[in-house]
Design a protein around this ligand. Structure first.
Ligand SMILES: [Zn+2]
Ligand SMILES: [Zn+2]
Length: 784
């Protein structure tokens, strides 16, 4: 990689010439600062580039008595200033200044672990990590030799699998082991199997050993808001062996193509090409303009709505730099206090800032630092959302965040497995810091085949994208509860006096679906057309008698037929009938979302632990009609104000409804084959993608690489996994008693939820929307 090439330039003769020097002093830069014939200036530049450190020079000119000019030069590496050097010529002063730096680096920074691990890291740990990463067995052989004076010398030899590396000797056993690890690392390094990762790297944005090039490139494109796409070609040769060719494009720029016998490998190689090119061109000119104008105060500092203090903290954290603040209070003549604040990063101090409020002084001090960092190109204002599509409304933001996140989530999954028909996502908004974060995502448009329905809770029944996204959100909530229980700070949930968890004030959830949810919300829009209205007040239409009816998806059937009108307001299908071949029916997504708008998205189990959580908004990517969506999502619930008294905390929720304003988001799958039943789900807490088959309801095997989720059969979204989570949490909370004998009984323990659910079914039934149809009760009876 780029870093390695520069390493060779400045290596000392010793370590370059000898493979296994007897005495291990492999210093990168020798006493003469760099190899004979090399320029100190070049060496230092290479060094800085390798470690991603900004290198700059300060020059001064002093004219002496005889008008003779002396040039002074001082190098700065990041925030570290080195001794200045003077000379008659500017270039000579610069060269001298570089020598100072190199000498210092040689003395202090690059020690005997050069080429082996980062300063401060332990070679033994590095080698262990390496072996673990690649799943290789690492072992050590030790020998003790006593010399004439009974002095013991330890010899150690590392082995990775069957490969034995050169032995190392030392007076201490641990030192011999360490040295043996260095031998192994050096060899691995020599064979480009292992690379010392620079702590700070400009390549970090681009490519780091061990990282997946596809992910890196996706991250890069996302960061700069650039559209990334791939062109594939298949060529079969005479032996019928297929070669895949892939070419990456960023915006309109096409990069060199790459070939491989595997499609994924071709894609990976194509990404490497791009990253290499980006690296060479130092990414200049690729930075996007911000689509929103930052307010003046924060110009160059952070985006509108972002907090400078947070930005600076993030910056410091990212680079592992210590950030501190000095405060002073000054009372003026009228006893008015002025606060002054000065930020320090490491030993570097920045401009003093004053304000009437301490917090504002701190904020201003942060702005000073960020402005300075920005000026020195050490920091840049990152667009939170990319700018290839102009953002106009809340709905655009939500949609864009979901699509962008989805692209990064699927980056490691082979292309042909990621075709989607519908994607959905849930975005959390924190009003206090105005941050939007995608917390759950899914794609999918199938549900389980009746014959594969099981009673053990190990299958996912409904794999429509919005249903999976909501299940992912439940996992997110479980993780948050766990954090609260363990005493960690959660920005999402807090315990209240009732003993239940509630959302932290200002936390909201937004649902995105790339198209209208199946059933009542989508059906009439196809004939009556789309509308782009975006009402906070809902104006539903209750036209034809068919509008508002409960509908189901049906196995081997098109569309969503209405349910029947039965005596009861809820009817569970018969497991036996389905086993005998009766077609399974699953409630349409419109009806399920309508249910969430009364009962909350958290569902029955979580209702035992927390108060209901409602959606603040629903955004569609396409097929939006306000009147139909309003009716289907919520307004049909209280059309005639027929709802009884709802239990405490429950309400009819009318979320903000809307569609993306004008942007066309990718609709990938115009050509998706009907047979494609794959689903992908991801959530920010589990933080890896899961690939499932919507028609079997279980994980797809052996298609995801090892970086993805662990190899199981069941999806983390199935009933059983959710129940396990619930049981663990209940135990931790000391209320294991709420876990009943089986799943359905445990759900029924949430009595308020259950009574509200009865109100839901009865209300819909009484208004002529017919009977809610449940999946067979047997599917919910698994023991806890
Ligand atoms: Zn659906
Ligand atoms: Zn409504």
């Amino acid at each position: 990689m780029a870093a390695k090439a520069s390493l060779d330039l400045c290596q000392s003769k010793q370590s370059k010439g000898l493979m296994w020097p007897g005495v291990m002093t492999p210093i990168i830069l020798n006493a003469e600062e760099c190899r004979t014939g090399h320029q100190p200036v070049t060496c230092l530049h290479n060094f800085a580039q390798k470690y991603g450190l900004p290198l700059s020079f300060q020059f001064n000119e002093d004219s002496g008595p005889g008008r003779e000019i002396t040039f002074t030069c001082r190098a700065r590496k990041g925030k570290t200033r080195y001794s200045s050097a003077s000379a008659k010529s500017k270039q000579e002063a610069k060269r001298e200044a570089c020598k100072h730096v190199l000498k210092t680096l040689n003395d202090h920074t690059l020690h005997e672990n050069g080429e082996v691990c980062r300063t401060g890291n332990e070679p033994i740990t590095c080698l262990h990590n390496f072996a673990q990463k690649y799943g290789l067995p690492l072992s050590f052989q030790f020998d003790e030799d006593s010399g004439r004076g009974h002095e013991i010398t330890f010899t150690c030899r590392a082995m990775i699998g069957k490969t034995i590396y050169p032995s190392a000797s030392a007076k201490l056993k641990q030192e011999a082991k360490r040295e043996a690890c260095r031998h192994a690392l050096r060899t691995l390094n020599g064979h480009t199997l292992y690379d010392v990762k620079p702590k700070l790297s400009t390549n970090g944005e681009v490519y780091r050993t061990g990282n997946e090039p596809i992910t890196c490139l996706n991250n890069f494109a996302q960061k700069y808001g650039l559209p990334l796409s791939f062109q594939f070609d298949e060529d079969s040769d005479q032996s019928n062996e297929i070669t895949f060719t892939c070419r990456a494009m960023i915006g309109k720029t096409t990069y060199p193509s790459a070939s491989g016998t595997l499609k994924q490998e071709a894609k990976r190689e194509a990404c490497r090409h791009v990253l290499r090119t980006l690296n060479d061109h130092t990414l200049h000119g690729l930075k996007p303009r911000l689509s929103t104008t930052p307010i003046n105060q924060n110009a160059e500092v952070c985006r509108t709505g972002n907090e400078p203090i947070t930005c600076l903290h993030n910056f410091a954290q990212k680079y592992g730099l210590p950030l501190s603040f000095q405060f002073n209070e000054d009372s003026g003549p009228g006893n008015e206090i002025t606060f002054t604040c000065r930020a320090m990063i490491g030993k570097a101090t920045y401009h003093l800032a004053s304000a009437k409020l301490k917090k504002e002084a701190k904020r201003e001090a942060c702005r000073h630092v960020l402005r300075t960092l920005n000026y020195h190109k050490l920091y840049e204002v990152k667009p939170r959302i990319s700018t290839s599509i102009e953002i106009c409304t809340l709905h655009d933001i939500i949609a864009k965040l979901c699509h962008e996140k989805f692209e990064t989530v699927i980056a490691d999954i082979p292309n042909d497995l990621t075709n989607w028909k519908v994607i959905a996502g849930i975005v959390m908004e924190s009003k206090s810091d105005r941050i939007f974060e995608v917390i759950s995502l899914a794609s999918g448009s199938r549900f389980i085949t009746g014959k594969l329905l099981t009673t053990n809770g190990q299958v996912v029944v409904d794999s429509h994208a919005e249903i999976l996204a909501a299940r992912g959100m439940k996992r997110f909530l479980y993780h948050q509860i766990q954090k609260v229980i363990q005493g960690h700070r959660s920005n999402v949930l807090q315990l209240v006096q009732t003993g239940k968890l509630v959302l932290v004030s200002g936390v909201m959830f937004h649902l995105y679906i790339s198209t209208a949810p199946c059933g009542d919300g989508a059906l009439f829009t196809r004939s009556s057309g789309e509308s782009s209205e975006d009402h906070f007040d809902h104006i539903p239409i209750f036209g034809k008698t068919k509008q508002g009816l409960l509908r189901t998806k049906i196995e081997n059937g098109e569309g969503q037929p209405p349910t029947k009108h039965l005596q009861g307001s809820c009817f569970y299908q018969s497991m036996e009938a389905i086993r005998l071949g009766k077609r399974l029916r699953v409630m349409s997504c419109s009806d399920k979302i309508c249910k969430w708008n009364l009962l909350g998205v958290q569902g029955a189990l979580l209702a035992n632990l927390m108060e209901p959580v409602y959606l603040t908004s629903i955004t569609l990517g396409s097929l939006y009609n306000h009147k139909h969506m309003a009716r289907a999502m919520c307004c049909r619930l209280d059309r005639n104000h027929t709802l009884g008294n709802l239990p405490f905390g429950y309400k009819v929720n009318h979320p903000v409804l809307g569609c993306v304003s004008h942007a066309k988001f990718p609709e990938r799958n115009v050509t998706v084959k009907k047979s494609n039943s794959r689903s992908i789900n991801w959530n920010t807490e589990d933080n890896c993608s899961e690939l499932t088959d919507g028609m079997t309801g279980i994980l797809q095997h052996n298609v995801l690489n090892s970086t993805s989720c662990q190899q199981r059969r069941t999806s983390r979204l199935c009933k059983q996994e959710m129940m396990k989570f619930f049981i663990n949490i209940s135990s931790d909370l000391g209320i294991r008693g709420i876990v009943k004998d089986d799943y359905v009984a445990t759900k029924k323990a949430s009595t308020q939820y259950q009574s509200c659910k009865n109100i839901l079914y009865t209300t819909l039934h009484n208004q002529g929307y017919k009977t809610w149809l449940g999946i067979p009760m047997e599917c919910q009876e698994m023991a806890t």
